[in-house]
Design a protein around this ligand. Structure first.
Ligand code: ZN
Length: 257
């Protein structure tokens, strides 16, 4: 089996379709998503149509549980809150029921488990090796047979390997699952990457070859931004921060004294 592992689609239809086109070229057999199907961007119903039609297996992210009313927007920035209120008001009833029924964690096969933020909560964030070790601990306690866990939420592609109490951060590219121990992998975000590379991110897990390969895909970001602006949704915080940095560095460069 070859799985396309998608996280943090965030209602970005242009990024999602570009990623699914690439996944088809990669001859994947199934689509798995790690939650945050909605939020931030302007195509929640369309993305859910596409993912449900593709038979994607999914867990719920923090934005998904807020959009369907299962949880309060705990820790949301004002812009994230505005976008999720916009989403909740427009979500089709069948999509709301679908999000409401999604599990928070799931087991995909005899090797692999999936969650959004951590194995405990879609709101928790893996910022580095300490949180990564905690997630692997919780995952192993519930599923001692499984050795690969995917997570999302941070919008940054990363892989960790833990064996004998030692946790290593692995480089991007391809991860071979050939060592004893457990692996924790974040494929990055489809709809709103936050690692400085604006291309959509996803990963392909090949169960037979025991490999995870990271992919980046170009898509028409202007169309997604226009759709967001037309809906009255705020610009992404990542873009705003990037713009602020650009302006600050330009001011620094062109100071006349
Ligand atoms: Zn997210």
């Amino acid at each position: 089996m070859r799985y396309a592992i998608l996280s943090d689609v965030h209602a970005n239809l242009e990024a999602l379709t570009a990623v699914l086109d690439r996944a088809r070229q990669e001859r994947v057999d199934a689509v798995v998503t790690l939650g945050d199907l909605v939020g931030f961007n302007a195509s929640p119903n369309e993305c859910l149509d596409v993912l449900r039609h593709a038979g994607a297996r999914s867990v719920a992210g923090n934005h998904d549980v807020v959009a369907c009313g299962r949880a309060a927007p705990r820790g949301f920035s004002p812009r994230a809150r505005q976008a999720i209120e916009w989403t909740a008001a427009r979500l089709r009833a069948d999509h709301r029921a679908y999000l409401d029924a999604l599990p928070l964690v799931d087991v995909v096969d005899d090797v692999c488990g999936i969650c959004h933020g951590s194995w405990r909560s879609p709101f928790e964030r893996v910022r580095g090796p300490i949180e990564a070790a905690a997630v692997l601990h919780d995952f192993a306690a519930g599923h001692p047979g499984q050795r690969l866990c995917f997570f999302g939420h941070t919008h940054r592609a990363v892989a960790y390997h833990q064996a004998g109490g030692v946790l290593r951060t692995l480089g991007a590219g391809e991860v071979s699952l050939d060592e004893p121990g457990r692996y924790l992998v974040n494929p990055g975000s489809v709809g709103q990457p936050r690692d400085g590379d604006p291309r959509a991110a996803f990963a392909v897990f090949d169960a037979a070859a025991a490999t995870v390969r990271f992919h980046r895909v170009r898509y028409d970001r202007r169309v997604a931004a226009d759709r967001r602006a037309a809906a009255g949704l705020p610009r992404s915080e990542h873009r705003r921060r990037g713009l602020r940095r650009l302006v600050a560095s330009a001011i620094g460069r062109w100071r006349p004294w």
